[in-house]
Write a new protein. Structure first.
Lengths: 182, 182
């Protein structure tokens, strides 16, 4: 597990179709590649992670950042896990590490989006602690933000609270559950 | 001239094809839309700008951010100016304001990319002070980074130094042109 370097960019792009199970066909493939231009690995490496196996093969990655405009928010732009190592807790661990980094930097919530109809992704995010935000459309029983990323680019929007620092709760810090501490 | 709000996102997407003169045809259109998901207006609003005319019509925008992983670098992801108001200095002013904000936050260079073959964009960036970085391919006489954003997604890469703070130059700050000040 390490921070990505720029040279990881083509390696990450090369696994998207397989790891996403070809979701969305040719259009889905193009969409994924265009959503991950090199800038994400260049400029958000400090809050992103790649995971390799003992042989140096890429098996998972998370690309995320702290929002400069919304300091209370951290955002996970992409999370991918090789289908061959799913259900081993790698995705959960990457999210837990990101959550911890977000907490250290003062964020209060982590947000991310996925495509409507990507049942595996929606189930995964729900399982690891995200909740689906209300939407203005329902697709396969899931609330969706219509045209979120552009015409026809609907998204399921997730959020997850960042646990407050227990040491601060007693001081009545925002988000403390009790004025007298836990 | 103001900071963008999330509601500007569909307005910005709606002008891309016209302002880019349909560059790249249908594939170019899809590419531009996917390169500007809502997250850029949500999370980088503090370093981005939209410009409206007296009637509230969008006439220009710049989306940029300071690189968290490379604190010496600021990055302009998108700059658009309505063809009807080109050559009036709006693009130059948006870049100048971004450069100034980057300088205040300690950045030493501004970077951006454009598509090979987009002669208007390449000429504009050169005119306002960017230089083309060396590449590994030449397209229409311009150095290009092959596969920069993915297979087939070549890019012309630009950079521009951020002028150092004159007050610091005398102190021998990095980038000072003279140890005794300007």
């Amino acid at each position: 597990m390490r921070r990505p370097v720029e040279e990881d960019h083509p390696r990450v792009l090369a696994v998207l179709d397989e790891w996403w199970g070809g979701f969305g066909g040719a259009a889905g493939s193009r969409e994924r590649a265009l959503l991950l231009p090199r800038l994400f690995l260049e400029h958000f490496a400090d809050t992103s992670t790649v995971v390799e196996d003992a042989g140096g093969r890429l098996v998972a990655f998370l690309v995320g950042f702290l929002s400069p405009a919304r300091p209370a928010t951290a955002y996970v732009h992409f999370l991918g896990v090789d289908q061959a190592v799913r259900r081993a807790g790698l995705g959960r661990e990457l999210h837990a590490r990101f959550l911890s980094a977000a907490a250290q930097r003062g964020a209060r919530e982590v947000r991310c989006v996925t495509s409507p109809g990507n049942a595996a992704s929606i189930a995964f995010h729900t399982r690891v602690g995200f909740r689906v935000e209300p939407g203005d459309l329902v697709v396969d029983g899931v609330p969706v933000h219509a045209d979120h990323d552009g015409p026809g680019l609907h998204r399921v929007v997730f959020s997850r609270p960042v646990p407050g620092d227990p040491a601060l709760r007693g001081a009545g810090a925002p988000g403390g559950r009790s004025p007298s501490g836990p």
